[in-house]
Design a protein around this ligand. Structure first.
Ligand SMILES: NC(=O)c1ccc[n+]([C@@H]2O[C@H](COP(=O)([O-])OP(=O)(O)OC[C@H]3O[C@@H](n4cnc5c(N)ncnc54)[C@H](O)[C@@H]3O)[C@@H](O)[C@H]2O)c1
Length: 357
């Protein structure tokens, strides 16, 4: 094992704050280094974690020879590729929040840099680290379900969280939300490959506020005919549930798993706020000394991969495939027709234009 690590977190907002706390609590970490442009948030997280260094300049972390691994959690999403490129080029192992980049060329560049440098490079697909997804994956791996023929995942987040996301990026619900469930489905179904996607947008309250659909639906066909259906909604009214509600159906030739991740199993009802469904954020949250949710475990998995030289669970090549599918989905929704995969050169250029429109 490599000795206790010095690690960096760039962007210590919601997710970066969790990554920083999880790192500070890990016995694998000796020194934590933070970069954040919001001075108040930097001071808050530095104090909470006992950070060794704290700066507004992320390039200082990249240039720091003590630091072997960097987690990149900054927004807007246009920052992901340049920050990851610089960190990988400087020989750091990298955990990068999704989306890994905005174009396939950028994704290829990052994968190439990591491979050339023999570095761990992984994408923050935190939902893989939920207990329910883990059980589904096991039921597929150990043959319990037989051959999986279809996966359906419907996910909705609150409109306040949808507003936070859509006010900083034009990326679609497919790119920002369905991406988690596409990643999970393709991971479960591998080595099968997606060959076609049909997508439709449902327009509602978010058209006027963000020029973005309320919900995007995707129907993906795999090369053996298996079907993946993903719904990604961003318009739930506040409080019901707190942030995220998900329903999963995985059907195989020998069995099925139906998983309710709607978080309706705990109700908090107060005079001031009425009914709330706690513990329903996608990354999870600290509850006293306990962590409820997937992001702390995902962070620890990355630190363990670096410290013990083990493989990372999320292969960035699959994240690239997922990116190609959601780009194709955006084009499909625009054209009103199915789009074949891999994308032709013409379709890829058109899909990038849809994303920028
Ligand atoms: N896996 C999950 O469950 C999950 C959930 C939410 C968000 N995300 C992803 O994580 C990323 C972060 O989301 P968030 O909700 O934590 O965002 P956030 O806006 O709460 O935090 C981002 C932080 O980056 C900081 N920042 C901006 N520019 C910077 C710079 N140049 N240097 C250093 N810091 C900088 C901002 O000040 C902010 O504090 C997003 O890209 C999102 O896609 C993942």
């Amino acid at each position: 094992m490599t000795g206790p690590l010095d690690v960096g977190v760039i962007g210590t907002g919601w997710c970066g704050g969790i990554r920083a706390l999880a790192s500070a609590r890990s016995a694998l970490v000796d020194g934590l280094h933070l970069a954040e442009i919001d001075p108040a948030r930097l001071a808050e997280v530095a104090e909470a974690t006992g950070a060794r260094t704290a700066t507004a300049d992320w390039e200082r972390l990249v240039a720091d020879d003590r630091i072997s691994a960097i987690m990149i959690s900054a927004t807007p999403e246009t920052l992901h590729h340049p920050m990851a490129r610089a960190a990988l080029a400087a020989g750091k192992h990298v955990l990068l929040e999704k989306p890994m980049a905005l174009t396939l060329e950028e994704a290829d560049e990052l994968i190439g840099l990591a491979e050339a440098g023999g570095l761990k490079f992984t994408i923050g697909y935190s939902q893989r680290f939920n207990a329910k997804q883990a059980l589904i994956r096991r039921a597929i791996d150990d043959g319990t379900l037989g051959t999986v023929t279809s996966i359906l995942i419907s996910r909705h987040i609150t409109r306040s969280l949808g507003a936070k996301i859509s006010s900083r990026t034009r990326l679609s619900p497919a790119a920002m939300e369905a991406t988690h469930d596409l990643d999970f489905a393709f991971w479960c179904l591998g080595p099968r490959r997606p060959v076609r996607v049909y997508s439709q947008n449902a327009w509602g309250v978010r058209r006027a506020t963000h020029g973005s659909p309320d919900t995007q639906y995707l129907l993906v066909t795999m090369d053996d005919g298996a079907v993946v259906t993903v719904g990604a909604g961003m318009s739930l009214p506040p409080g019901y549930p707190n942030q995220s509600t998900t329903w999963m159906e995985v059907l195989g030739t020998d069995g099925a798993v139906l998983a309710d991740a709607s978080h309706r199993d705990i109700v908090l009802n107060t005079v001031s706020d009425g009914v709330r469904f706690p513990l329903s954020t996608m990354p999870g949250e600290y509850v006293g000394a306990t962590y409820a949710g997937p992001m702390e475990r995902e962070t620890t998995h990355f630190l363990e991969a670096v410290a013990h030289d083990r493989p990372v669970m999320v292969d960035p090549r699959l994240a690239r495939t997922t990116m190609e599918v959601y780009l194709a989905a955006d084009l499909s929704a625009e054209r009103g027709e199915a789009v074949g995969l891999p994308l032709s050169a013409e379709a890829y250029e058109a899909a990038l234009k849809v994303g920028r429109a």
